[in-house]
Design a protein. Structure first.
Length: 112
């Protein structure tokens, strides 16, 4: 997947304009929060806690969307929808994809 598809440049440019000097703080906050959410998703999945998986995936979806990481947000939506239905089987592989996509997004964001 190309960098352009991974992150929406228009959203990032708008955030940079709005946040000005605080843009790096926003990026750092997102990266820290995302790592925490991935860990929380793994823990909730290990505990078979569908509601926590759903809530965490929903929050991660929103923050990823806000930062312009649409593919990552879409993967979070898949997890959220499955957890909403109580279907936790198969989520681990999607969570692996989330983690891989996050690492790629993190790499791109670190180069800004």
């Amino acid at each position: 997947m190309s960098t352009k598809q991974r992150l929406d440049g228009d959203i990032l440019a708008m955030l940079k304009d709005v946040m000005e000097d605080e843009f790096p703080v926003l990026i750092d906050t997102y990266l820290i929060d995302a790592a925490i959410r991935i860990k929380a998703l793994r823990e909730a999945l290990n505990e078979q806690d569908a509601e926590t998986v759903r809530i965490t995936a929903h929050s991660f979806k929103g923050s990823s969307s806000n930062i312009g990481a649409a593919p990552l947000a879409e993967l979070c939506m898949v997890i959220e929808n499955s957890a909403h239905k109580g279907q936790l089987a198969g989520i681990e592989s999607t969570l692996d994809e989330v983690e891989q996509e996050f690492m790629a997004v993190k790499q791109v964001l670190s180069e800004l």
